[in-house]
Design a protein around this ligand. Structure first.
Ligand SMILES: [Zn+2]
Length: 89
């Protein structure tokens, strides 16, 4: 069993979905198991590191700080965008 599972696409600075991050935290563990593809340099790696919020992983190649966007914030952003589009039409 896992107490935290996420599998997300990551955008680079140009807003393109070039990377992804998968993180698993077993219920009886404080260690997150991470697989990521860096959205900036394309480097991919498996990593294990202590689980803490807010969570971020450093790309081993270009040192980009890869953050897992909070689902709530993304939903909020989508709602805002939808509202703006509705207002514009
Ligand atoms: Zn990188």
């Amino acid at each position: 069993m896992y107490r935290y599972v996420t599998n997300r696409t990551l955008k680079n600075r140009a807003g393109e979905e070039k990377g992804r991050i998968k993180a698993l935290v077993p219920t009886d563990s404080e260690t997150a198991q991470i697989d990521y593809v860096c959205p900036e340099c394309g480097f991919s790696e498996h990593k294990e590191q202590p689980w803490q919020r807010p969570f971020s992983v450093k790309c081993s190649k270009c040192s980009l700080d890869i953050k897992i966007p909070k689902l709530k914030d993304e939903i909020k952003k989508d709602k805002l965008r939808a509202r703006k589009e509705a207002a514009a039409s």
